[in-house]
Design a protein. Structure first.
Ligand code: SF4
Length: 300
């Protein structure tokens, strides 16, 4: 961790790695999702908004134009975020990924996908890209608990996720896992177990999502009055506790949620992203703690 930071934020990690502010450009590459088109299921995971969990994307050109005034020296990564970005014939994937990488302003790519969409030929392509370019692959784990996963209708099991992590790691590909905090029926210990499983699997990065119930997701009908956490205080206490059990070399890509306010149903305070992050930092300082601290204590 650098610059007095108390957790290993991906922003700082990338700045150190590339030597400049690094910005992810969200790419809408036109993929769909097997949990929406019927191959695995219809309607998507219960928490997923109809935009495929990535409403904020526009083209590389438009985004760089907007950002270049603010950060003239920024390094850009193309982030294939919406839907399932390895769900297409490998020739199509090759075209899309190399088309982004052929732009001289793009220094690497990040690919979000499902663990059940990583066939051997896709892994070979990712391996090839990873040898020449900066790459990470994001996988949605969300929870390790079968009952919750079944309720969400995710459509793959923990063994499938574990195998995908292992196949990517075998090829030295950086893996970022997603977990959701505040899922219905899950206790604090359930969330700790999910985090422990994820961080013990050899991942490079982790996203902790605050569960946001959005008007366009199935969950809004299933759990209309459900509020994942009553307050910012309750949520940030949990995040700080979780950071203590996450090894310090794991890059933290997200500590809260991020959905457009126009579709946010609950928790209503979730759009205050800056306040939530400030509160996490304040509590880390106040408790004089940091990412991985509980693991250091265990080693003593
Ligand atoms: S969360 Fe991902 S896997 Fe689930 S429906 Fe949305 S795009 Fe598909």
């Amino acid at each position: 961790m650098q610059g007095g930071e108390r957790y290993n934020s991906i922003g700082n990690w990338l700045k150190n790695y590339f030597g400049s502010k690094t910005v992810k450009l969200s790419i809408e590459a036109g993929f769909t999702c097997p949990n929406r088109d019927g191959k695995v299921g219809y309607g998507g995971c219960a928490f997923c908004s109809s935009g495929g969990s990535g409403e904020l994307s526009s083209t590389i050109e438009e985004q760089i134009e907007l950002l270049s005034n603010k950060w003239p020296d920024a390094v850009y990564l193309a982030y294939f975020q919406s839907h399932t970005n390895t769900y297409a014939p490998v020739s199509v994937l090759r075209d899309k990924f190399y088309s982004a990488l052929s732009d001289p302003r793009i220094s690497g790519i990040a690919i979000a996908t499902r663990p059940d969409c990583l066939d051997e030929d896709v892994l070979d392509l990712l391996d090839e890209i990873n040898r020449e370019h900066f790459l990470w692959v994001e996988l949605g784990l969300q929870t390790i608990h079968k009952e919750t996963s079944d309720m969400l209708g995710i459509g793959y099991d923990l063994a499938c996720y574990d195998k995908a992590v292992s196949e990517l790691r075998k090829r030295n590909i950086r893996v970022v896992s997603h977990l959701i905090l505040g899922l219905p029926g899950e206790s604090r210990e359930d969330m700790f177990e999910s985090v422990r499983h994820a961080v013990n699997g050899g991942i490079w990065g982790l996203k902790l999502h605050l569960l946001n119930i959005v008007s366009t997701a199935r969950m809004n009908e299933m759990y209309h009055d459900y509020i994942p956490f009553e307050s910012i205080d309750e949520y940030t206490d949990l995040v700080v506790d979780l950071l203590e059990i996450i090894p310090e070399d794991i890059t933290m890509h997200r500590l809260t949620g991020d959905v457009p306010r126009s579709i946010l149903v609950a928790p209503q305070w979730s759009y205050k992203k800056r306040t939530i992050l400030n509160e996490i930092n304040r509590k880390l300082r106040e408790r004089n703690t940091f990412q991985g601290k509980a693991l250091l204590n265990n080693e003593e």
